[in-house]
Design a protein around this ligand. Sequence first.
Ligand SMILES: Nc1ncnc2c1ncn2[C@@H]1O[C@H](COP(=O)(O)OP(=O)(O)OP(=O)(O)O)[C@@H](O)[C@H]1O
Length: 268
Amino acid sequence: MAPPLIELIGATKRFPSGSGAVHTAVRDLTMTVNPGEFVAVVGPTGCGKSTTLSLVSGLQPPSAGQVKVNGADVKSIPDGVGYMFQTDAVMPWRSVLDNVASGPRFRGVEKAEARAQAIEWIERVGLAGFEKYYPHQLSGGMRKRVALAQTLVTSPKILLMDEPFSALDVQTRALMQDELLRLWSGTGAAVIFVTHDLDEAIALADKVVVLTTSPATVKDVFEIPLERPRHVEDLRLTEEFRLIYREIWESLRGEVDKAREKGANRVA
Ligand SMILES: Nc1ncnc2c1ncn2[C@@H]1O[C@H](COP(=O)(O)OP(=O)(O)OP(=O)(O)O)[C@@H](O)[C@H]1O
């Protein structure tokens, strides 16, 4: 079996939190992601999900433990990583075409070739005909499609996604989840997808990692035995899906309750 593409081994991240105190956001976290694997990470609000992603992306160094991509310690942003966040990185002053072409251009691809790659991806995400539009002329779902094209046009081997669809309405969200699965299949990219939404995690992933309440560490890992291709809205109605949901929720619920108690104590 191929070695893991991404490995966190006892990774810990501490931040200074004012008046000399230290806040531990991630503690002794161990998880692996294999090439081509879609891993969803769920956990209570504020537990350290985004911090975990920032360790993999090289944006934050671990305070202790190891973070490896392709067997090498992550010291800066690794090659072949694409990101997608809740607030999209679409540039409002650039057309759809220029937004999508900007990634390849930044990586030194010649202008005509970058535009050709952008046009291909704009078509794949279903936005053919909108190349000259500006982001403010598009709906939220269309802007997400631009962001997806922007991310995928550089053929990332690793996709880091931090609640990319959480600002969308329920229907658009389901549509974008299907789109993501369609566009991801065949790319061979490994995905780490952070979400609050257990439904979303199960519908998309091969493996769901449940994190504890803060500081985040791995509580449980669940393999998702659902066949692909998947159609998320149909899938959610199946008995198999509900059974998986119940099993993982049993694990997650305890952490969500603890996080709520902590929050209530802080407010009290
Ligand atoms: N750069 C930083 N400096 C100081 N503290 C930070 C920094 N980044 C994150 N933290 C703290 O680490 C903890 C975990 O934050 P993080 O954003 O990783 O959680 P999360 O699970 O992604 O949150 P949410 O569920 O709200 O998206 C929080 O208490 C946060 O304030």
